[in-house]
Design a protein around this ligand. Structure first.
Ligand SMILES: Cc1ncc(COP(=O)(O)O)c(C=O)c1O
Length: 367
């Protein structure tokens, strides 16, 4: 089976599983905030449309200043990008011709970005159910020019402790290794001050990449940014395509970041929803990874394989994210977004039907 590499591709999954067009699918495979987009997007849309008649400001000064204020850094430490993806690619480009370490299971795009810029990738496949292999990472640092980490990590939503990051950064300073930490989901993090941005003042070998896609539910607009020391920001800016961020995206950025109430409401909703979901899943003998963000890995503690559960959920109108393309997981879990209460209830109903069927999906009405 040729599994798609990203979530959020219902059409592709429909074809793979020969599902009819009438079959509606609730997309639990894309991790987009169900409370978004914020009200400002609709309100400002007519103005934004008009402003597409002009080129964006080449330096994106207003957006950059808003990001700097939001992140507690100087504007010279900010680069606005076309989604978090562009920030990841520009960071990988700094390692062109060198070697990078990627600790799996994690987001696939780090390897894609490295392949694009002829960065040789070394893989470290960790067991997501065991503590992070910090010692091994530090031992392997000597041999690489850069390293990618995802925090909170996609696919399990866990947050590598700041102490651990500091030890890795110190070791990376000694070996002259660049640490690229993807904080695409950091604005959801339930732990206050989870971001590593304050460390940028001390560690010139740290680059953070972030996304506004997930929090503000705007994957089609493409807004992200990088935070780093001025030298790295200048080097990345020199490689960025002119006007890579469009006018509406640049104009919206300060508005989105100003809406602190929206972010607070989102974190409150997420905390409540996880607290509601977790015990209910446990009662049904499913486990939820120790997530601090808006997605989690689901495992069936009775039947370790989820190969049959995946099509069973699909037939019930639930689209999970398979994990076949995550090294170290090889399909042993499903990644699910935390969605609205109503939708989470639909998920639980379908999981209950799975349990009632004897965990092989037989003997229940699939509709
Ligand atoms: C961990 C992670 N980082 C970065 C991205 C890229 O996000 P963007 O849409 O902002 O390019 C994604 C998208 O799925 C992601 O999951």
């Amino acid at each position: 089976m040729k599994w798609p590499k990203h979530g959020g591709q219902p059409q592709r999954i429909r074809q793979l599983f020969s599902l009819s067009e009438e079959q509606t699918l609730l997309d639990f495979s894309a991790n987009i905030n169900p409370l978004g987009p914020p009200e400002a997007v609709r309100r400002l849309w007519p103005t934004l449309l008009e402003r597409t008649l002009t080129y964006p400001d080449m330096d994106y000064s207003d957006a950059v200043e808003a990001i700097a204020r939001h992140s507690g850094v100087m504007p010279e430490q900010v680069l606005l990008t076309n989604g978090g993806a562009e920030a990841i690619f520009l960071a990988a480009r700094l390692l062109t011709g060198g070697t990078a370490l990627v600790v799996h299971p994690t987001f696939a795009e780090y390897e894609q970005a490295c392949a694009h810029y002829r960065v040789h990738v070394q893989l470290l496949i960790a067991d997501p159910e065991q503590p992070f292999p910090e010692e091994e990472v530090m031992q392997r640092m000597e041999a690489v020019d850069g390293m990618f980490l995802c925090r909170p990590n996609n696919p399990d939503g866990t947050l590598l402790p700041r102490d651990s990051i500091i030890r890795i950064l110190q070791s990376a300073l000694r070996t002259n290794t660049l640490l690229i930490v993807d904080e695409a989901f950091i604005d959801f993090a339930l732990e206050p001050s989870a971001s590593l941005a304050p460390l940028l003042h001390e560690y010139p070998n740290l680059i953070l990449t972030r996304s506004l896609t997930k929090m503000y539910a705007l994957p089609g607009l493409r807004i992200g940014y990088a935070l780093a020391g001025t030298e790295h920001i200048q080097a990345m800016a020199a490689q960025r395509l002119p006007w890579s961020v469009n006018t509406p995206a640049a104009l919206l950025t300060p508005e989105l970041l100003r809406d602190e109430a929206f972010a607070i409401r989102t974190r409150r909703w997420l905390r409540e929803e996880i607290a509601w979901l977790k015990p209910r899943l446990q009662q049904m003998h499913f486990t939820m990874s120790a997530t601090c963000t808006n997605f989690y890995l689901l495992r069936d503690s009775v039947a370790p394989s989820v190969d049959k559960l995946y099509p069973f959920l699909l037939q019930g109108g639930i689209l999970p994210r398979h994990t076949h393309t995550f090294p170290g997981l090889r399909g042993a879990a499903l990644r699910l977004a935390v969605r609205s209460r109503n939708e989470n209830e639909r998920l639980l109903e379908r999981l209950a039907a799975w349990q009632a069927s004897g965990s092989d999906g037989a003997g229940v009405n699939n509709q």
